[in-house]
Design a binder for this molecule. Structure first.
Ligand SMILES: [Zn+2]
Length: 72
């Protein structure tokens, strides 16, 4: 028998919008606006969102992250 009673706080990220920017770190045009928030989970099911939603810009190629929009 397997019982799953796991609590946790998970961070969820999703791409927001369709805009793509150039990465100032690796020059790839692969920077997306990411909306992230944290959820309280039970048995890996997100139940309650905790904290506010954070917006940041993340490069999918080199994992460069910035809170400010790239210039180009
Ligand atoms: Zn990059």
């Amino acid at each position: 028998m397997f019982f799953c009673f796991t609590f946790g706080i998970e961070r969820f990220k999703r791409k927001s919008g369709h805009n793509v920017w150039h990465c100032p770190n690796c020059q790839a045009k692969d920077v997306y606006l990411i909306k992230g928030n944290q959820c309280f989970t039970f048995c890996f099911i997100p139940l309650i969102p905790v904290g506010g939603t954070k917006s940041l810009y993340e490069c999918q190629t080199c994992n460069w992250v910035n809170v400010q929009q790239p210039n180009f």
